[in-house]
Design a protein around this ligand. Structure first.
Ligand SMILES: Nc1ncnc2c1ncn2[C@@H]1O[C@H](COP(=O)(O)OP(=O)(O)OP(=O)(O)O)[C@@H](O)[C@H]1O
Ligand SMILES: [Mg+2]
Length: 345
């Protein structure tokens, strides 16, 4: 599926439409958009009220005639028209005019590993609606590996885990291609959901949708590891009375609630390693695993993986923007393909 470097170099802009955030890289200008994939719509008139950060802030706080929608779900564009409107607004008039001026506008987009033809088509349609004449698709795993500077072209194994909001993608790469890979439908959202469910069941507390992050921060420092604080105070609404209430939450219990979705990720890593040729696995024990994606920032996740798999685990610099940065590098032509010409004798 991944387009050739030659084709990518001819693209003018690159888009990573994620379940949580939308990112756009414009050739020559850099990363110009990094905002939540959300749009607020007036359901009476159909007008768009806000997009990105502002729309996300409105989530759960709107009157009945305003609805916050998310056009991307599970890494796939589910509402093409809304995705186009959102992208148009995120790009802004000035950038859109610059892009429109290009003859034969070309776009690149990151799509999840193993995206089915329908999902690929939805991404292409979205960008065609923005004026692109041609859309090149790149596997997120390759884009992210390039973006975090892994030596993907070398004949040695590198392992990458892309921890997104909706999915976790795992791959072993060698010689610029994917050797084995897996995509697991568990990501940051599932972890947030586990925390919310835990508080509901064990403390009869409903959390506002946007306050899971503070709880994660409370776990931070030592995060998922047992050295963290024992208790933390959380504010929410009582399930029965509807009144505001705060409780002291046992962090060890939250940690074990988080572990449940993470076992799926560990299973996936095991599967990828089992399918991988032994020579490459040997490389990995030395080199370790690179974590990218927003959820790689979940405090203590790296330590947990390190304990579970027994190999070094590194978090990339700015892990959340690795995929789009990788697309950018390819657009700017900074990545040289390794010459794998047939040997002549
Ligand atoms: N500092 C942080 N600590 C914990 N989790 C974080 C942090 N920052 C972001 N996240 C989580 O990372 C996720 C977003 O990651 P990312 O931006 O990679 O997702 P995405 O690319 O939109 O999703 P996907 O690739 O699955 O479509 C969210 O679930 C968010 O909760
Ligand atoms: Mg992503």
């Amino acid at each position: 599926m991944t387009a050739s470097l030659e084709q990518l170099r001819r693209c003018h802009f690159a888009v990573d439409l994620g379940a949580a955030r939308t990112r756009v890289y414009v050739k020559g200008a850099g990363l110009v958009v990094d905002e939540p994939s959300a749009a607020a719509v007036n359901t009476r008139t159909g007008a768009l009220i806000a997009v990105g950060e502002f729309a996300e802030k409105m989530t759960g706080r709107t009157p009945h005639y305003i609805r916050v929608v998310r056009p991307v779900s599970g890494g796939t564009v589910v509402d093409i028209e809304m995705a186009q409107r959102m992208l148009r607004h995120l790009l802004g008039d000035k950038l859109r005019r610059t892009l429109r001026r290009k003859p034969r506008l070309r776009a690149a987009a990151a799509v999840p590993h193993d995206a089915d033809p329908l999902a690929q088509r939805a991404t292409v349609e979205t960008l065609v609606g923005l004026g692109a004449r041609r859309v090149e698709l790149v596997d997120t795993l390759i884009a992210a590996a390039v973006g975090c500077g892994l030596p993907v072209e070398q004949p040695e194994a590198t392992m990458i885990i892309v921890c997104g909001a909706a999915t976790t993608q795992i791959a072993v790469l060698s010689l610029g291609s994917i050797v084995t890979a897996a995509r697991i439908p568990v990501g940051g959202d599932a972890i947030d959901h586990a925390v919310v469910q835990h508080l509901r069941q064990h403390h009869a507390l409903m959390l506002p949708s946007q306050s899971v992050r503070p709880l994660q921060l409370a776990l931070s420092g030592n995060g998922l590891t047992p050295q963290g604080p024992e208790q933390t105070e959380i504010h929410g609404r009582d399930v029965a009375t509807g009144l505001a209430r705060s409780v002291h939450v046992d962090t060890a219990a939250v940690r074990s609630a988080i572990h449940t979705p993470l076992t799926a990720v560990l299973d996936g890593i095991g599967r990828v390693l089992r399918d991988c040729p032994p020579d490459l696995v040997a490389d990995l024990t030395e080199r370790g695993i690179m974590m990218v994606g927003g959820s790689a920032l979940l405090p203590g996740l790296d330590q947990m993986l390190r304990n579970a798999i027994g190999v070094p685990v590194h978090i990339a610099e700015r892990p959340d923007v690795c995929a789009v940065r990788g697309l950018g590098e390819m657009l700017e032509g900074r990545i040289q393909p390794m010459a794998l010409n047939p040997l002549t004798d």
